[in-house]
Ligand binder design. Structure first.
Ligand code: DGI
Ligand code: FE
Ligand code: FE
Length: 402
């Protein structure tokens, strides 16, 4: 088994780190890549505005999630959990005990590589691990590496591989932190990490979360969900705006509701209940037990009270999972967009897509019928608002020609 170790302060992790991780996995054919956020010892000079460890860890987790290789990429707490300064030699010794048969690859940039012989117990480091060096800019080629590589190979019997990063994102964390204070730097970050920084006001980013510009609003929303759901949310945004323009609803309200509609999807039951209690949302017994039903309620609260969205957006998110009697145009659009966005594929999706642009009520009814059928098959209790939404349409003469 080949294990890569990518250590750093990840303060914050940026697209350069992401590209390096991806390239290393490919080039070295790694079976596992450990992202290893370093502990910053208390006596060391901290860079300005360094966030709490907990935040650096959360950001590293987001980077791992965005690499979308859950069986390969892992965030290791090994160095954060140890007191004080962590020596790489010690980390490697621990890892060797954890994975006795593994072959290790330590990933590092040029600067680190050029001082490798001066590290604490560098002989142990080189004995226990192979070395993989990233070229940071195109000019760091062979000529810069060559002397150090020859030296380490002769003196320490090091095994060294150098890889050039394609389309290199040339940014350092130091420079990025300077940009962030001045309200810049978004283009160097994963949206989910940028959003996390904004929502937690890290690195001196002091923006109010009410009425954000769209890229910032999207980033915040994506920071609250897993990477695998982002495409769905983007699809709902696209579909909701298209439907709003087609049916004469406000496309910007539709867009905002779509961007935020699933933002609390991954909260725990407890977290949903805390939010709903705080904002005095009345819940019935079924809702109190069903996380699936709660994310629309808590999501609506987050949209309104954290991001300052207007009531129309609150309502559309609030009803997007069950629907209800007397849905307004925007409510219907968000419900349907969620069902038919371009990434969805299920039996009947094409029919529903066609109806969405010919008869909105029929599209809605079809969605409700499919949900009810599906719930019945799975033996899940159907919420009275779902049934009410269907009843209301039928009472008003909507029928499905199936
Ligand atoms: O959040 P999404 O996955 O994009 O979609 P959604 O908000 O429509 O949530 C779908 C989930 O909600 C799905 O697992 C079924 C569940 N759901 C929808 N209507 C009802 C329901 N669950 C219960 N118990 N009762 C309902 O009436
Ligand atoms: Fe949802
Ligand atoms: Fe959704």
């Amino acid at each position: 088994m080949k294990i890569g170790i990518y250590g750093g302060t990840f303060n914050p992790p940026h697209l350069g780190h992401l590209a390096a991780a991806r390239t290393a996995i490919d080039a070295l054919k790694l079976d596992k890549l450990l992202l290893m956020p370093a502990a910053i010892p208390p006596h060391k000079m901290l860079p300005e505005n360094t966030p709490e460890q907990e935040h650096r860890l959360a950001m590293a987790e987001k980077m791992a999630d965005a690499l979308a290789m859950p069986n390969v990429v892992e965030v290791s707490h090994l160095e954060l959990d140890r007191e004080g300064k962590s020596y790489t030699s010690e980390t490697l010794e621990i890892l060797h005990q954890m994975y006795p048969d593994a072959q290790f690859w330590l990933l590092m940039g040029t600067d680190m590589f050029l001082t490798l012989h001066q590290w604490h117990d560098s002989r142990t480091v080189i004995r226990l691990s192979n070395i993989c060096v990233f070229g940071r800019t195109r000019k760091d080629g062979e000529d810069v590496f060559a002397a150090q590589r020859d030296f380490l190979t002769k003196e320490y019997q090091a095994n060294i591989v150098t890889i050039a990063l394609p389309d290199l994102v040339d940014i350092s964390s130091t420079r990025l932190r300077e940009l962030l204070v001045r309200g810049k730097g978004r283009e160097y970050l994963l949206p989910s990490i940028y959003g996390y920084i904004l929502m937690n006001h890290l690195y001196g980013t002091d923006v109010t979360l009410k009425r954000l510009e769209l890229p910032e609003l999207r980033a915040c929303s994506y920071s609250m969900i897993y990477h695998k759901r982002v495409a769905h949310v983007m699809g709902v945004e696209e579909e909701a705006v298209r439907l709003a323009k087609f049916w004469g609803a406000d496309p910007e309200l539709a867009r905002h509701a779509a961007i935020l509609h699933d933002c609390t999807k991954y909260l725990s039951l407890e977290e949903h209940l805390t939010i709903c209690d705080k904002y005095r949302v009345e819940l019935d017994d079924l809702e109190r037990q069903a996380v699936k039903l709660l994310h629309s309620k808590s999501g609506a609260c987050v949209a309104k009270y954290i991001f300052g969205e207007p009531d129309e957006v609150y309502e559309a998110i609030f009803w997007h999972t069950t629907g209800k009697r007397d849905m307004n145009l925007l409510d219907k659009i968000i419900y349907i967009a969620d069902y038919i966005e371009p990434n969805r594929s299920f039996d009947g999706v094409d029919e529903m897509r066609k109806l969405a642009y010919t008869d909105l009520e029929q599209a809605l009814l079809l969605g409700l019928e499919m949900t009810i059928e599906d719930m019945e098959e799975r033996g899940v209790p159907i919420h009275s608002n779902t049934l009410g939404a269907r009843e209301c349409l039928i009472e008003r003469g909507t029928t499905l020609k199936r």
